[in-house]
Ligand binder design. Structure first.
Ligand SMILES: [Fe+2]
Length: 173
């Protein structure tokens, strides 16, 4: 494995685990707001982030690249509003996506098709998640900041999210 790609994968492992930390913190905050469905959705996302880190880790380990575990900083603990919390999720995902795109360009440049295929999966996953959160934000707008039936409906639907083992791990990435 090209050393620049291996380094980028190592950095991305930290970014994915950092996402996990942030989303776990968001889940705790959502739980404090008495929104167990929203908290469930965020916790499941945090769980998937661990999966994303593992995909990259397994790829490095299978290529005998030296996997160095980096430091994860503590995330922000307070979120002003529910909408603000999900908007921050979107902003964070956009930064993660930028990083993935950078590694994807690198993988294509180095003609590492295996790494490029994996990164294309990450891109598609991120786009699907952003679409989902866009929808959540639209539904939150309808609630007008009120704790009424529209918010409780949304919370109920987010309670249904289940953990899905990321596809590359199912295939034994
Ligand atoms: Fe991720």
């Amino acid at each position: 494995m090209n050393s620049a790609i291996a380094d980028a994968f190592r950095r991305q492992i930290i970014i994915e685990l950092d996402s996990c930390y942030l989303y776990l913190q968001m889940a705790l905050w959502l739980q404090e707001q008495a929104l167990p469905g929203c908290a469930n959705w965020m916790r499941k996302q945090a769980h998937e982030e661990v999966g994303h880190a593992l995909i990259l880790y397994c790829r490095l380990a299978s290529r005998k690249a030296n996997v160095e575990i980096g430091k994860i900083s503590p995330p922000k603990r307070e979120f002003a509003t529910l909408e603000g919390c999900f908007a921050q999720f979107l902003e964070h995902e956009a930064r993660v996506e930028e990083s993935i795109e950078h590694i994807l360009r690198l993988a294509r440049h180095c003609r590492d098709d295996g790494a490029a295929n994996l990164l294309e999966w990450f891109e598609a996953e991120s786009a699907a998640r952003e679409e989902e959160v866009d929808e959540i934000l639209k539904r939150l707008k309808i609630t007008n900041g009120k704790r009424g039936p529209a918010l409780l409906d949304l919370d109920e639907s987010l309670a249904e999210r289940e953990f899905r083992l990321p596809e590359p791990l199912r295939k034994g990435a």
